[in-house]
Write a protein that binds this ligand. Structure first.
Ligand code: URA
Length: 242
């Protein structure tokens, strides 16, 4: 890859800015200063700018604890998106959210540069489990568990059977864990509406093999560990490809 292109891709600036940087002698590759922006370099070369090592990995996989109030989108002209919570390099690398959480939903959101993996994770045929913690505005009973297990008719589609695990139930409020395989727009909220309950708060705790880490507070993110990535790839039948 061309040196200037690599530096743009990893978020060091526009093409003009990085070309200026390279010509100024600030960029070293494998310990040697390169002043030609068109220099061809290996993807695994060690790149440093002003003596600081630059992370040039092109494939990135992020686990974000999405806070309420930000949109799950790669970009939006008016509202703050989840991308604003990450360093700009992730946007220039093409890292995208896998599926969508509503603006007021919190919890586990995976973002990846791997379009094929994202596509497979979202495919209804793969039945990737998603587990949500839902707080609703009234009591939940065995009848609700049965209704979720039977598959709810939501008008434009019938939701596949889902597991409802009641954690607390009182007159004005209940807390439950819901496991769904699908990911339709407002799916969990619509399932509760169908049984006469309004969701007050919703948090995703699991997505396929990934669990929201307890030490990741709202708005924080980290890269997937090698083990987590391997599990995700295995879950979508990509394990043999690397
Ligand atoms: N179901 C919803 O209703 N909202 C979400 O954000 C995720 C699942």
């Amino acid at each position: 890859m061309r040196l200037d292109r690599l530096l743009v891709t990893v978020g060091l600036g526009s093409r003009t800015q990085v070309q200026r940087l390279i010509r100024s002698g600030a960029v070293a590759v494998d310990g040697q200063t390169l002043r030609d922006p068109g220099s061809q370099i290996r993807e695994d070369a060690a790149v440093a700018v002003s003596g600081q090592a630059v992370d040039t990995r092109q494939e990135r996989h992020i686990l974000l604890n999405k806070p309420a109030g930000v949109l799950t989108a790669a970009r939006d002209s008016r509202q703050e998106t989840v991308m604003s919570l990450l360093p700009p390099a992730f946007t220039s690398l093409g890292c995208m959210p896998v599926g969508r959480l509503d603006k007021d939903t919190t919890g586990l959101l995976l973002l990846t540069t791997d379009g094929e993996m994202a596509h497979r994770l979202l495919s209804p045929a793969r039945y990737v489990d998603k587990v949500y913690l839902a707080e609703v505005d009234g009591p939940l009973t065995a009848a609700h568990i049965e209704a979720f297990a039977a598959g709810l008719n939501l008008g434009d589609f019938v939701a596949a059977p889902a597991a409802l695990d009641i954690l607390e139930s009182g007159e004005a409020r209940a807390l439950a864990r819901v496991t769904v395989h699908e990911g339709r727009f407002h799916q969990v909220k619509r399932m509760f509406e169908a049984v006469g309950r309004t969701v007050l708060t919703l948090r995703r705790e699991r997505f396929g093999p990934l669990t929201l880490p307890e030490d990741l507070t709202a708005g924080q993110w980290r890269e997937l560990t090698g083990e987590e990535l391997a599990e995700v790839r295995r879950a979508v039948g990509m394990e043999a490809e690397r």
